[in-house]
Design a protein around this ligand. Sequence first.
Ligand code: SF4
Length: 539
Amino acid sequence: MSTATRGRAKGQGQWALGHREPLNPNEQSKKDDNPLNVRSRIENVYARGGFDSIDPADLRGRFRWWGLYTQRRPGIDGGKTAVLEPHELDDEYFMLRIRIDGGQLSIPQLRAVAEVSTRFGRDSADVTDRQNVQLHWVRVEDVPTIWRILEDVGLSTQEACGDCPRVILGSPVAGVSEQELVDARPLIDAITSRYIGDRSLSNLPRKFKSAISWLPDIPYECNDISFLGAVHPEHGPGYDLWVGGGLSTNPMLAVRMGTWIAPERVPDVWAAVVSVFRDYGYRRLRNRARLKFLIKDWGIERFRQVVETEYLGYSLPDLAPPPVPERLEDHIGVHRQRNGKFYIGVAPTVGRVSGTLLARLADIAERHGADRVSATPMQKLLLLDVPEANVAAAVADLAELGLVADPSPWRRATMACTGIEFCKLAIVDTKDRATALVGELERRVPELDTPISIHVNGCPNACARTQTADIGLKGQLMTVDGRQVPGFQVHLGGGAGVHAGFGRKLRGLKVTSAELDDYVERLTRRYLAGRKATEPFAE
Ligand code: SF4
């Protein structure tokens, strides 16, 4: 019996354990109908009847399990986000999230994404910090055709959003890196083919974020589960298991379970951890439902014991803490692969691209004999498998597209979430504001010689990892001269790897959006004037 199936007897998680009625509306909706069932209604009813034919419980709930969120209606300012009813914020267009498990796209897949964007998404496309691509302006009438185009090349929007296992992060250079000892791609494939769309794991208390990578080039401390490459002194190469990370409100970094996972056991261990979350995770309050709260209450020893005894049926070997990585590798620039070819990492500003640009990227890839493109968790793109003789020409062609392989530190290390342009939870603009900030800082402080990470978020949900940036910005409204204006709470000195920790949120450390350029410039000049040798910003 598979791990996933064994847990099914426990039914709807905590509700089956008794005394938790009445359900909250989200739990009621999931209980009324498995959200994956909404696909047939989209294909057979809503795509024909249009936006007005959609049942509100599907529109604002179950659609997410197929990667669809309603967009924010244009022109609604951030002050109205918390006061309007959901239907007043809804536009009749959708954001569509395409999951790219592991981050790598073949050229036909890249062309399919570009086609969907240009035909059905007004040429919109954003590379997200979870290696998805998000399109906007999608109409429900077009969704079945979009699915056909994507699924013909092996892409999917299934469980891209919702209370279910979302996209699995993976090293964007898995299979080609000279440093890698285990290629995680077959493990990611095994999990997605076995468990994505498995109804026994499609009703979780809340979203579930995963990552599997040999290299420390994914934000492993921010996921519900991460497998990070580690060598056991007796058993050899495998994975160190981290669980219970999550940012948003009540941010927590993942903790090590203290176990070594053999590569062939990764899918079973992944399913066991998801199943514990399904069966024991908290479902009463949405903002207390992520796995991190259960682990905080239980402690890691009890959590490990439940995983091993109730779900796996065997004990996992202990693993002493491996060396902590210095920093998250972003792969920007030109790098040799282990097969003698090269990959080229480029920096679209804050992940914003377009369908047209992606189609031209596919042209460049084919012209120079490259087989694949990767999306990174830093909102960047890599061209993989470029023969050495073509590297210089490929770099030049990419630069003509605005995709430079030697970006300024500002362009390299700035990320932004979706923000008020499309997100119904947003309070402030992010993408355009961050793009303007990058341009201004490149002009004002061109001498910066090391990346300072700036993560711009439109609200406290921290989709662009507010707390782990050198300068984390959390959108909020500020009152200036009696008027409400967009601004940011500032978190300073967050980091990953050996610098792991949350930025300090200092009381009163806020900046208006209008003053942001001046503020970051001042901060940087102080750092450059006062740093010792190679002291990073986070110190
Ligand atoms: Fe939307 Fe807030 Fe997430 Fe930004 S951080 S994408 S504004 S929910």
